[in-house]
Design a protein. Structure first.
Length: 128
């Protein structure tokens, strides 16, 4: 297999995803994109450029205030795999496919959460 990050200063390392910050594994919310130097937060639906600072960027993102509150909201609404779930050693392509699905689902949920920010769990049954 060829290197996926040919021109990136800090190359991506899959073990980064297994590290936990405040009890939450980075893999819970972070996915590697096909694009060199770019990962993706499925909680924020936002790209994370790790090119210049490597893992530090992911660690910083993990403790971001928005990240924290969004993560908790999403977790209440499921779809985020349990942090203790085993890392499946699937292919790069499979991971990217999984990302598309998660982003699609989570983006829909975040939109509904934004719209219904004052409402409570009574509305959650119909989210998925
Ligand atoms: Zn995020």
């Amino acid at each position: 297999m060829k290197n996926k990050d040919p021109d990136v200063k800090n190359k991506f390392h899959w073990p980064w995803l297994e590290e936990k910050v405040n009890g939450v594994a980075i893999q819970t919310w972070c996915r590697k994109l096909e694009q060199p130097g770019v990962a993706f937060c499925i909680v924020c639906c936002q790209k994370i450029m790790y090119d210049s600072n490597g893992k530090k960027v992911l660690l910083r993102h993990a403790v971001d205030k928005n990240q924290d509150s969004r993560y908790r909201l999403l977790k209440e609404n499921t779809t985020i795999p349990d942090a203790s779930a085993e890392v499946s050693r699937t292919s790069f392509v499979d991971r990217v496919e999984e990302l598309r699905v998660l982003v699609y689902i989570n983006y829909g949920i975040m939109k509904k959460i934004d719209q219904n920010s004052t409402k409570t769990s009574a509305t959650r049954g119909s989210l998925i």
